[in-house]
Design a binder for this molecule. Structure first.
Ligand code: NAD
Length: 259
């Protein structure tokens, strides 16, 4: 089995954590990143390392800051070696009508959800091209393919990520490097739990009714997608078998964008 080195941004919880775990199970050394309680993060790091026998490290870069994105890539190279796989997963959300949407939230969402991927890809692509192998997977959203009200920055940043993916894929198509984007539907993670709690407060509905009536209304499978289901798609896109898959959007959205 070939051991590959992977960076997964925003991997201290939710989808990113599932991706980091699945890549380690698949034989990768992994650099974790994201915010959270340092004690919990260290427990998570150790648990993945012990369960898989792989090297698992952690670097706390704020993906909204380009210099820290570059520092993350440098730290990963230093501790793991050449980077084979980059998963741009870190993401944030803010929900408000456009007229009330705070300027600083617009800047934050564009920085973390979109610009961070640009800076990370820029930092890994020369060495990937030189070595003739690389797998870049961006985590967008079903809202990278279709719109939704009250989420202007999220929808714009995720559509931007889909476009960035295509441009990168075309540029490196003949260098053994692929770049694809996974577009999840609703997955029950902290980013959604916060929105469910907000909607329950505003509407007076129970959290369960908000999930079924609002968040799963347009997701035909009528259940949340599991983080492991997103991770499995990423593992495939990072495999040798996916060498011919590049520049594409893979919707793992329970049918959300099929309508
Ligand atoms: P989550 O809140 O559980 O995880 C987000 C991760 O990003 C965490 O590790 C967090 O610490 C990290 N993060 C946030 N801001 C950061 C920053 N500035 N620098 C570094 N790390 C930062 O949410 P999730 O659902 O696992 O989201 C992961 C990705 O999946 C996001 O890009 C999100 O937009 C996307 N997504 C989620 C859903 C869903 O329903 N949960 C649907 C579609 C797309």
């Amino acid at each position: 089995m070939q051991v590959r080195n992977a960076i997964v941004t925003g991997s201290t919880s939710g989808i990113g954590l599932a991706i980091a775990h699945a890549l380690a199970v698949d034989g990768c050394n992994v650099m974790l990143n994201g915010f959270g309680d340092p004690v919990e993060i260290e427990k998570t790091r150790q648990a993945i390392a012990e369960a898989t026998g792989r090297t698992v490290t952690y670097f706390c870069a704020d993906m909204g800051r380009p210099a820290e994105v570059r520092a993350l890539v440098d730290a990963a190279k230093h501790t793991l070696g050449p980077i084979d796989i980059l998963v741009n997963n870190a993401g944030v959300q803010h929900v408000a009508p456009l007229a009330d949407f705070p300027d600083e939230k617009w800047d934050l969402l564009l920085a973390v959800n979109l610009s961070a991927a640009f800076h990370a890809i820029k930092a890994v692509i020369p060495a990937m091209s030189e070595r003739g192998f690389g797998r870049i997977v961006n985590i967008a959203s079903a809202l990278g393919l279709v719109g939704a009200p009250h989420k202007p920055a999220y929808v714009a940043s995720k559509h931007g990520l889909v476009g960035l993916t295509k441009s990168v894929a075309l540029e490196v198509a003949q260098r053994g490097v692929t770049c694809n984007v996974v577009c999840p539907g609703m997955v029950m993670t902290p980013i959604i739990e916060m929105q469910v709690a907000d909607q329950a407060r505003v509407t007076g509905l129970s959290p369960e009714d908000v999930v079924q009536g609002v968040f799963l209304e347009n997701q035909p499978i009528r259940r949340p997608v599991k983080p492991e289901e997103i991770a499995a798609a990423v593992v495939f896109l990072c495999s040798d078998a996916a060498a011919g898959v590049t520049g594409t959007s893979l919707a793992v959205d329970g049918g959300y964008t099929a309508r």
